[in-house]
Design a protein around this ligand. Structure first.
Ligand code: PLP
Length: 389
């Protein structure tokens, strides 16, 4: 049997390796010049004023919430179909989390449901402070719609774009924060570009970036104008202003990220080719292929199919397991977050978001990554065909 095919895999070339080695030979492994160079490159690519590199997207989501003032007594809303980190960030801040059901076509947070829930929340005086839309699979959410509602109901927006660097919305890069306060990217190896572990928060707001930079490094500043006044004879080369963390990215990681940024357009183009090939080769099978909203250009972090279970004799679980047994390491993105035992303990119940649960009962993530060969892809399709007979 041939080697297994994962659902996601990084693509590291010699230039990436050389960039990392160069930092290893330099004076700074961390807090050197490469982190700001990487931040500038991503900010420039997205057309955003500021970027703050951190050690994960999870950390970026945490400091983004804190910078927007999320704390005890506040409410944050996100999509149930996401990685747990999109919800956990609110809980880190002592806030309450809630979930808004998905759109059955895009699988992103539904703007219609959001509108309904906001109308109810206004009546009940429990409006959210922050809403975190997630660009699932790399397909942008209806950001103009969400932004309109934020103007009416006064909430802030963090885009969880962990899947979506390189994606476009209304023909502009995701990450430019045109419709949000902060956008977050992930550089985990299964994502579009990688730094091993890593993340970034982007914003156009001077105050937010200042706070996030402090929070990433213990709440400390060494900028004179941000320090509290002290007796002029005392030496203060830095001050701790906030309770922050050590969420810093290293220069080693940033050098890999900077090198990968030069390959981003190529990575996304390759993913799009793979997606098109799946669209074509799966069209005759009893599965729903990903529907693309005309407003967006997906970075195709994931290619999720939905099984038409009424046309298949096998169950969702049987198809999933048959593919895994055949060495196709398909995955499931995602189990609705509130169905996790930790969230059920908080009182969430099965059946809370109907569309999300329907999606979860049929979804399978097919392998998609830049170095997936055409031959491997045909093997995947053949295995799926066999698995659903
Ligand atoms: C991967 C991911 C995260 C977390 O990213 P890390 O960099 O691993 O912390 C958050 N949200 C979503 C939607 C993700 O896919």
């Amino acid at each position: 049997m041939s080697a297994t095919i994962p659902y996601g895999l990084q693509d590291i070339n010699q230039a990436d390796i050389d960039a990392v080695v160069e930092v290893l030979h330099s004076d700074f492994l961390t807090q050197g010049p490469v982190v700001p160079a990487f931040e500038n490159e991503v900010a420039k690519y997205c057309g955003t004023r500021y970027a703050v590199a951190v050690n994960s997207a999870t950390s970026a989501l945490h400091i983004a919430c804190l910078a927007l003032g999320v704390g005890k007594g506040d409410i944050v809303w996100t999509s149930p179909i996401t990685f747990v980190a999109s919800a956990n960030c609110a809980l880190y801040c002592g806030a309450t989390i809630d979930f808004v059901d998905i759109d059955p076509k895009t699988y992103n947070l539904s703007v219609d449901r959001l509108k309904e829930r906001l109308e109810q929340a206004e009546q009940a005086s429990n409006l959210p402070k922050v809403v975190i839309p997630v660009h699932l699979c790399g397909q942008p959410c209806d950001m103009a719609g969400i932004h309109n509602l934020s103007q009416r109901y006064g909430f802030k927006i963090i885009e969880d774009a962990s899947h979506a660097i390189g994606a476009r919305y209304h023909n502009e890069p995701v990450g430019n924060c045109r419709y949000s306060d902060i956008t977050v990217f992930s550089f985990h190896p299964v994502k579009i570009i990688t730094t091993g572990e890593g993340g970034m928060a982007l914003t156009n707001d001077h105050q937010l970036v200042k706070l996030m930079r402090m929070l990433r490094s213990h709440g400390i500043t060494s900028v004179a104008e941000d320090m509290h006044p002290r007796h002029s004879e005392e030496l203060w080369n830095y001050q701790q202003i906030e309770l922050g963390f050590n969420y810093r990215m290293t220069d080693i990681q940033a050098s890999l990220g900077l090198s990968q940024m030069h390959r981003l357009a190529d990575f996304v183009a390759k993913r799009l080719d793979i997606a098109k090939r799946y669209d074509y080769n799966l069209s005759a099978l009893p599965v729903v292929t990903p529907w693309q909203h005309p407003d967006g250009y997906s970075s195709y972090h994931l290619y999720v199919i939905r099984l038409k279970l009424d046309k298949i004799t096998r169950t969702h679980r049987q198809v999933y397991e048959a593919l895994r047994a055949a060495g196709i390491l398909v995955n499931l993105h995602y189990i609705p977050v509130y169905r996790q035992p930790f969230y059920e303990q908080m009182g969430f119940k099965a059946g809370y978001c109907q569309e999300a649960e329907q999606y979860y009962s049929e979804a399978i993530s097919m392998p998609i990554y830049a170095v997936l060969t055409e031959e491997q892809q045909y093997q995947v399709v053949a295995s799926l065909r066999q698995a659903i007979i």
